[in-house]
Write a protein that binds this ligand. Structure first.
Ligand code: KIV
Length: 259
């Protein structure tokens, strides 16, 4: 029997957390993509632990149903790896049910440390945005890289990860990985055979500048907001907003006596 697919969306604040919860999304990913999507950084590698705590707390406040997964940021993995356990514990204290770590050669030991400390971890393989100088491209197209990805997938499960994100991996390779693992695979640009899918909410709602091949436009919310904000500005300028219907008044007696 086909198992029900897992749904995951990125989420960075209380406003969208409530919407995602009401839509019945299973997991909210407080991804470090929030750094570029909502915090205004140029790169996800500028994101600090304090940023991830701020975003996680905001998502947690609005949400009681969805599980929350938070990224361990570049600052910790690449600059302060000795603080990985501390960082993960802080994220969990502040609302994360699980932390996510990108798995490249250097972070395999960090995964082991985290799971040995009983921290619930989701690993992330394939295109891993925190990896310095890694081109945005489909990973695992040649034998060497495909073998490496299969190795990282197996290590993830062996070292105790509870879930794994497969990003920009050929669909048939992602299927092979999904078939050999017991833990759920969550794909983004990894085809239809994964146990679930994750998307960046801004990409599927029309907020991103590009429509990515791995994504799909389910709404054009940015256009709607743009038109609402323009109409608001225009009505304020031409005096059509606010009207009496949007205002309250005191009686003349009060007005007379307050001068
Ligand atoms: O930060 C993020 O948005 C992610 C997803 C692309 C998986 O890690």
């Amino acid at each position: 029997m086909n198992k029900e697919k897992i749904t995951m969306l990125t989420c960075y604040d209380a406003l969208t957390a409530k919407i995602a919860q009401d839509a019945g999304i299973d997991y909210l990913l407080v991804g470090d993509s929030g750094g570029t999507n909502v915090l205004g950084y140029k790169s996800v590698n500028e994101v600090k632990l304090d940023d991830m705590l701020f975003l996680t707390k905001s998502v947690k406040r609005a949400n009681t149903k969805c599980k929350i997964i938070t990224d361990i940021p570049y600052e910790i993995v690449y600059e302060k790896p000795n603080e990985t356990i501390f960082a993960a514990q802080k994220l969990i204290e502040n609302g994360a049910d699980m932390v996510k770590i990108e798995l490249e050669n250097g972070s395999v030991e960090l995964l082991k440390k985290l799971t040995s400390a009983n921290i619930c971890v989701c690993s992330h393989i394939g295109y891993t945005p925190q990896t310095p100088n890694l081109k945005v491209s489909v990973q695992g197209k040649d034998v060497e890289r495909a073998k490496e990805l299969v190795k990282f997938a197996k290590i993830s499960q062996e070292f105790g990860a509870k879930m794994i994100v497969l990003e920009l991996i050929p669909a048939n390779l992602a299927k092979y990985i999904s078939d050999i693992l017991d833990i759920p695979t969550i794909g983004i640009g990894a085809g239809q055979f994964c146990d679930g899918q994750v998307q960046v909410w801004c990409d599927i709602s029309g907020f991103s500048d590009k429509i990515y091949r791995h994504s799909k436009l389910f709404a054009n919310a940015k256009e709607q907001l743009l038109s609402a904000f323009r109409e608001y500005a225009s009505q304020v300028k031409n005096g059509n907003f606010p009207t009496d219907a949007n205002s309250s008044f005191v009686c003349d007696e009060v007005l007379k006596n307050c001068f």
